[in-house]
Design a protein around this ligand. Structure first.
Ligand code: 5HY
Length: 247
């Protein structure tokens, strides 16, 4: 049994449930998906301040994880708290943006990202550079559809996202689409049938990559910057997240 901890870094329980449904739909029979969200933070993540608080929420959830996970997936397209989570646990930790970029780069010589708010495009662009996919990604496009509007998924919302994907494929001369929000996961099959190109949802990609790493018995390196955080007291609301000090 692989125990996979799936973290939705925002605090919207209905979105956590939808993301968990996507994950369980692709998870192997031997994978148990435990979905969770922080006890504090933004209801959706659409900017740097949201992201900063959400990263602390991810740190909270991995620090307090019970049982200890065999793999962790951070289900927000900014991959908030990824490095902190890799320090806190031995398990492989995957962000949905990183996983989606890897999948897309194996399926097309160039891909486009279609995301929610235009103001978050810079976050995706910085992740592309950080992960070394700036040459494979030919464009990042915002639709200015708020994250929580994806839940209602009004008919014109789907049409708007489909139109943005079509424009991106032409403008970028790309061969695949990466969906830039965990809340878009439910659209994957419909868009793929209509666009006739690979459409990558990071939640599904991250779950399968996490399972593969866990099945290989691979864990996050504890040599260097992903070693356990140094023993240290935390004060205030974060006291429970500190690391035991000797004596
Ligand atoms: C996400 N926000 O996947 C990101 C999408 C974004 O609350 N879940 C969020 O716009 O960056």
């Amino acid at each position: 049994m692989t125990h996979l901890l799936l973290i939705n870094p925002n605090t919207t329980a209905s979105m956590t449930a939808a993301i968990a449904e996507t994950a369980r739909a692709v998870a192997a029979a031997g994978t148990q998906v435990q979905a969770c969200q922080p006890t504090f933070g933004p209801v959706s993540i659409e900017g740097h301040f949201d992201e900063a608080i959400a990263a602390a929420g991810v740190a909270e959830q991995v620090r307090l994880a019970d049982p200890v996970p065999d793999a962790v997936v951070i289900a927000c397209f900014g991959d908030p708290g990824l490095d902190a989570a890799r320090e806190a646990v031995d398990a492989p930790v995957l962000g949905i943006a990183e996983a989606a970029f890897h999948a897309a780069a194996m399926l097309a010589s160039g891909f486009s990202v279609v995301t929610t708010m235009t103001r978050t495009c810079v976050t995706a662009e910085r992740l592309l550079q950080r992960y070394g996919f700036e040459r494979s990604c030919r464009g990042v496009h915002g639709t200015d559809i708020p994250v929580l509007a994806l839940e209602a998924m009004a008919r014109d919302t789907l049409a708007q996202i489909e139109a943005a994907c079509r424009q991106a494929l032409v403008a970028d001369r790309s061969g695949a689409i990466v969906l830039g929000c965990a809340g878009m996961a439910a659209l994957t099959q419909t868009l793929q049938q209509r666009l006739r190109v690979p459409v990558i949802d990071g939640v599904a990609a991250a779950v399968k990559f996490a399972e593969a790493l866990a099945a290989l018995g691979l864990t996050t390196s504890k040599r260097g910057d992903y070693a356990r955080p140094l023993p240290k007291r935390y004060d205030g609301w974060a006291a429970a997240l500190g690391w035991p000090t000797a004596g």
